[in-house]
Design a protein around this ligand. Structure first.
Ligand code: FAD
Length: 367
């Protein structure tokens, strides 16, 4: 079987790798649009604290986090170890006591079926601050040892390299689709016709543009996120846990004294690839209110990503009804670094006829 994957973000790179592992002849095309979500994503992998209750989505979110164990192990065996992945744990806190208690109850119920979350501990404000030294000093926290962070840029590149090592081909190019009576024609950036048995559209927030010439009204839109990277010069932040204050903001750290504060959620943003004064102020304001110790941090950069946001929170993937050989892999929204690798595996299983690990009908295009 020959497959062409359009888009090499979290979803496309994973699908390509899993197809290649199944012996499929894979070619990947990626334009690398400014605002590619995978290049801006924070990298938190900690599903158990989410306030979202949608059961099918949560099932996928939790399974996605569990899948990281397999994926990281597989990549390690292929020599791919530079992923920025670490189980640093997660601190879940809230300024509001009722929200904090509700978070504790929610986490306790969820971790019963998720041993990978580790044993949840209740930390005093001083204990919480000891783990995340810039945090204000009056907040207790739940600590989940299994919470992790990953550098999605490194992970997606590693998945792609692993696919290429198995024979996949990669092109930095912009491709288009055309409708013909007998199916779909794919063209590369020079207009040359490309042949494949299966075409997988993993174009993130741009997928609707790829599918429109086929008469498909794909319901995924860009949701802009501005995310701020700070540096606490001279401070070793690499082992700090992910900080989840039960709001739409969060913090995580990386090895180079970096503290990442996210993020705006701008619906109806279109593809406005600009750092705005309001976006910058919103994120920095939220970050410094929770962590006054960040006030003297160096502002390194603000990244912009367009989350591929569908009409519901659930991802959309599977075969497109009525068009043979065409599939969609999209709608990862704000959870795609967690879900994308696993969803790519589920889609690859579907396309290669491997036994399904779960019922995929809730995620089917048009469902
Ligand atoms: P993308 O990464 O956007 O990739 C799509 C690719 O398709 C792009 O490279 C694009 O150029 C390419 N493409 C499109 N059209 C064409 C074409 N015609 N030809 C060739 N290529 C094309 N998730 C988490 O789980 N945890 C987090 O902490 C987290 N934080 C986030 C913070 C921010 C600020 C943002 C923006 C997102 C965050 N996410 C997080 C969500 C996650 O980043 C996304 O859901 C995920 O990266 C989406 O991956 P994707 O492969 O679907 O899309």
């Amino acid at each position: 079987m020959r497959a062409i994957v359009i888009g090499a973000g979290m979803f496309g790179a994973s699908t390509a790798l899993q197809l290649a592992r199944s012996g499929v002849e894979v070619t990947v095309y990626d334009h690398g649009h400014p605002g590619k979500a995978t290049m801006a994503g924070a990298g938190i992998v900690c599903p158990w604290a989410t306030q979202v209750e949608e059961p099918k989505w949560y099932e996928m979110y939790a399974a996605g986090a569990r899948f990281y164990g397999d994926l990281v192990g597989y990549l390690d065996a292929q020599g791919e170890r530079d992923l920025g992945y670490r189980k640093v744990g997660a601190l879940v806190t809230s300024e509001n006591r009722a929200d904090f208690d509700a978070a504790g109850a929610r986490i306790a119920a969820r971790v019963k079926t998720a041993p990978e979350a580790g044993e949840v501990q209740l930390l005093s404000p001083a204990e919480a601050q000891a783990k995340f030294p810039v945090l204000k000093g009056d907040l207790p926290a739940w600590f989940l040892p299994g919470g992790a962070r990953v550098d999605a840029r490194l992970l997606s590149a590693a998945m792609l390299r692993a696919a290429v090592a198995l024979g996949a081909r990669y092109h930095s190019d912009y491709v288009t689709l055309e409708r013909r009576e007998d199916g779909v024609i794919l063209r590369d950036g020079q207009g040359a016709r490309l042949e494949a048995d299966e075409i997988i559209v993993a174009g993130g927030a741009w997928a609707a543009q790829i599918l429109a010439p086929l008469g498909i009204d794909h319901p995924v839109k860009p949701q802009k996120g501005q995310i701020v990277h700070l540096r606490l010069n001279g401070t070793a932040t690499a082992d700090w846990p992910v900080l989840l204050p039960m709001s739409s903001y969060y913090m995580l750290t990386f090895d180079d004294s970096r503290v990442v504060v996210g993020a705006t959620r701008e619906n109806d943003s279109g593809f406005d690839y600009r750092v705005t004064a309001a976006g910058q102020a919103e994120v920095l304001g939220a970050g410094m209110a929770l962590c006054p110790g960040l006030a003297q941090a160096e502002l390194i950069e603000t990244r912009i990503g367009f989350r591929p946001a569908g009409p519901t929170i659930k991802p959309i993937f599977g075969r497109v009804p009525g068009i043979a050989g065409l599939s969609v892999a999209n709608g990862l929204g704000a959870g795609g670094i967690s879900i994308g690798p696993y969803a790519g595996k589920l889609l690859a299983d579907l396309l290669t006829g491997a036994p399904a690990e779960q019922d995929l009908s809730p995620y089917a295009p048009g469902a």
